[in-house]
Write a protein that binds this ligand. Sequence first.
Ligand code: ATP
Ligand code: MG
Length: 199
Amino acid sequence: DPAAVQRFASSLQREANRLGHIVQEIIELSRLQSATYVADSGMVNLNEVISDAIDRTQIAAEAKQMRVLTDTSEQVFVTGNYEQLAIAITNLIENAINYSPENTKVSVTTEIEDGIVQISVTDQGIGIPESDQARIFERFYRVDPARSRETGGTGLGLSIVKHVATKHGGDVSVWSAPAVGSTFALRLPIYSNTGETNS
Ligand code: ATP
Ligand code: MG
């Protein structure tokens, strides 16, 4: 039955992708948890990281007729690991897309104040109930497991973001209101010549 073969094949492919994604996240998280310092730390152009992260999420955004907008007026540099920072920002944009209805917007903005750059990822999505907001950064925590089965996540994305933030001497926080949307703010110390990063 060629139709059934096709259906099973695409289901196999989907599950294989999902497993690949989980394995990648687990490897990333254990790598972050085992090192006490940021590996391959250097001067990183944050604007490059942001546009790279937007590129990586483009297919997912297009599939939902969503646009990811950014303001890249000011050049900002931080000290750290390019790939880790790219993964963190990609995870935030991925969530903004996954937990929003079609045809909505996501924005990525940067703001500098007192030697800190804040990268904000804002969506017009389903939002997060206040009672869950403290727990979403925990490993495997998902707000609505039944509903979010459709989105096929693992619950590791935000805990990776949190680890990357902490390793880089920064932090991540959330503002959210159900049915209004969410803003995730990643704050990082801007580049210093001493090359020091907190562990
Ligand atoms: P993955 O490991 O693939 O990232 P995930 O997206 O479920 O899976 P996290 O990124 O850690 O895991 O997010 C945890 C939970 O927080 C999500 O399951 C979702 O319930 C909620 N969440 C995260 N970001 C948003 C958002 N922008 N809007 C609404 N809910 C969100
Ligand atoms: Mg996620």
